[in-house]
Design a protein around this ligand. Structure first.
Ligand code: 5AD
Length: 349
């Protein structure tokens, strides 16, 4: 049995063009320490080949937690009446950028719920100002689903990148995680629109979300191969007390690390963050992510007073090394892991 697993891992390393059935078999390697370790080493080798010891950083600005969607897993879903809502002003967002720039960040990620208050006009105005003040920085948006025209306007205003996790590429599983007014087809269309418009695009999914099977994960890997995103964000699912998934089990750190390695081998040059959810589940999560093939960290630049309110899942870490003001500490931890915080914008190679 173990030899079978090793053969599958070896064959994936030789040729990553796997079918769904082969991906399903590959996922079984997660339970075989020897083949999992082989994949991990290959992932690190590839990561070093393209990115050396560099770790890119992005300053995450969580600028609104209003959301028109009601995704069952998410703490800031519309239906969570206990969520205390906030919206940063343009000036507050610019203040985060100023602080971030000072700390050495050269990518700003503006992330929020799907908040209609931030119309194309308001968003474009904010983006244009950041673009003018920080011509050497990348502007990444993470605002959920919008129209082609909207994405186009935001691109013209100066945005470079867009993060939109697909959450799951399996139709049936998508239905279990989202209310009926949302659809996987629209989500995928948005991702293709963003690519067409020339954004550097990030997709991704939660590991261990309720109802997720090996079949779903195989579908996720196939979809990533087809989409060819510049970035892939994955992190363990973590239950939130204000959602219908409050009693569900959290996703596994081990499986997340395994999948990071698989994705690194699948898309060798991809930008792969060691996510906040991974750091929340395990105090060493960030380092473990780097040792599994990740090459990006995204510390929080949001104003301290609102940080607790961007409450996607329980116990989300918001102070400590994942906080941008602790960049020096983060740099030290990254060094201790054998890597080096890069001062560059950090585009995919
Ligand atoms: N656990 C882990 N990740 C979550 N996200 C939302 N809710 C949760 C949760 N309960 C992730 C989603 C979303 C990203 C911003 O946060 O994948 O795309």
């Amino acid at each position: 049995m173990e030899t079978d697993m090793r053969e599958i891992a070896e064959s994936f390393i030789k040729n990553n063009d796997f079918t769904k059935k082969e991906f399903r078999m590959l996922l079984e390697c997660a339970d075989d320490p020897e083949s999992a370790e082989m994949l991990r080493q290959e992932a690190v080798r590839i990561r070093k080949k393209y990115y050396g010891d560099k770790v890119y950083t992005r300053g995450l600005i969580e600028f609104t937690n209003y959301c028109r969607n009601d995704c069952y897993y998410c703490g800031i879903r519309r239906g969570n009446l206990y969520a205390r809502r906030y919206r940063l002003t343009k000036e507050e967002i610019l203040e985060c950028c100023a602080q971030g720039y000072e700390l050495g960040f050269r990518t700003f990620v503006l992330q929020g719920g799907e908040d209609r208050w931030f119309t194309d006009e308001r968003m474009s105005d904010i983006i244009r100002t950041i673009r003018t003040c920080y011509p050497d920085c990348a502007i990444t948006l993470s605002l959920g689903e919008r129209s082609y025209e909207s994405y186009q306007k935001l691109k013209e205003a100066g945005a470079d990148r867009y993060l939109l996790r697909h959450e799951t590429a399996d139709e049936e599983h998508y239905r279990k995680l989202h209310p009926s007014e949302m659809s996987l087809a629209v989500r995928k269309l948005c991702l293709y629109d963003l690519k067409l418009l020339g954004y550097q695009v990030g997709a991704g999914f939660m590991v261990g979300s309720p109802g997720q099977t090996a079949d779903c994960l195989a579908e996720d890997l196939l979809f990533l191969k087809e989409l060819q995103p510049h970035m892939v964000g994955i992190g363990p699912f973590i239950p939130h007390h204000g959602t219908s998934f409050a009693q569900e089990k959290a996703g596994s750190v081990e499986l997340t690390l395994f999948l990071l390695s698989v994705i690194r081998i699948l898309l060798p040059k991809v930008l792969l963050p060691a996510t906040t959810a991974l750091g929340t589940m395990d105090p060493q999560g960030r380092e473990k992510g780097l040792h599994a093939g990740a090459n990006v960290v995204m510390p929080n630049l949001s104003p301290l007073k609102i940080r607790k309110k961007y409450d996607l899942y329980d116990n989300k870490i918001s102070t400590g090394e994942e906080a941008a003001e602790c960049r020096a500490q983060l740099a030290r931890r990254v060094e201790n892991a054998g890597y080096h915080l890069s001062a560059e914008r950090g585009d995919a190679v």
